[in-house]
Design a protein around this ligand. Sequence first.
Ligand code: HAM
Length: 417
Amino acid sequence: MPSFATSPGTRDILAPEAPRWRQFQQTFADVVELAGFAHIIPPMFEDLGVFLRVGETTEIVTKEMYDFEDKGGRRVALRPEQTASVCRAFVEHRPVTPWKVWYAGPNFRYEKPQQGRYRQFDQVGIEVLGVDDPQLDAEVIGLAVEFYRRLGLRGVQLSVNSLGDSGDRDRYAVALRTHFSANIDALSAESRATLERNPLRVLDSKRSEDAALIAAAPKMADHLSDQAAAHFVDVQSSLLSAGVGFVVDDRLVRGLDYYRRTTFEFVSTALSAAHVAIGGGGRYDGLVAELGGPDTPGIGFALGLDRTLLACDAEGVFAPPPGRVDVFVVDATGGTHAGAVCAELRAAGIGTDRAYDARSMKAQMKSADRAGARLAIIIGEDEATAKTAIIRTMEGGSQHVVQRDALIAQVRQALHG
Ligand code: HAM
């Protein structure tokens, strides 16, 4: 018989990691719902055209998309990110603005799998549509910072930049193309290919042979319109007055084409791998219009769950939650009483498990230990006849007999004092 394993770049998330994921998403929901964000659950696949709007020079779109024709002949794609879906939903439902939504869930990119880089990976994120105010940019960034604080992360660095309005960006792309083309022989082969597609992305090159040319490249800051420059100054002063630490990184271009004006990225100083970006975002003021909606500004971010948890591990924070089972029922009568006792305890909100197949007392006590239970409730023939039960503490092994009808109260007392 063939045996199967997960596809490259995908993983099974097992306990205790799985409840930790849930707690991660819940912590995020707690932070952003306090700020008025509502939950949105976009579909995991959409018309390919939605994602093409992310940018036709974006690798996520050109190289990494899981797109296919469905049985009805529709060209669809698994979502590589959720910003485009949120904007499509905005155009479809026309909610009142400002529209503030948060999301959590998997995305799909056909990348080269490695530690911290998967083909199916999770994000949590927020988007706000309909507001231009630079104060919002700072507030959005501040919510990510607050979330990292709640996780307990300390080594998170924020970089911000402005990519200007679309005209600024185009003029800057021309200036970069001129600069790099004049020195084309000094550029690495990879960057020469990148230059063809998108001159801004050459700035992302980490190759040593490109470093000098990149350092000497024209600066985005010199190509900003007055409005975009003023917007960026206001974002920075709002961040300063909110006490959010940041550095301005003139080379921060981000991997998606839809960005305008403010862009930002969070890196973890605790991760030594090349992929230290644990989150990022920015303004995408033209995207709603590209998707057929009214001209509407937008801003948001997405934080990578997988990578952020790697950063948590590296910093020793946000430990997996403890198991939920406090009590293990050990039934030495062949299992006739365990079902009823479990049901009674669970109905009272007490996490309870049991063994099956009439296993020996010793084997059941071992299972109790493995389940992480704090108490064992032991019922043998004598206890069954006398309508009693033994409560035994797993650590220390002290035990006492209680009446069956006082079991819940006694268990609560033993667990919580
Ligand atoms: P992004 O920078 O492509 O932005 O992804 C955001 C985060 O998702 C990254 O910083 C990283 O932590 C995580 N991530 C991306 N790809 C992978 C992968 N293959 N494996 C593991 N983690 C990954 C966006 O997706 C934009 N939609 C963000 C945004 C929202 N901009 C405005 N609103």
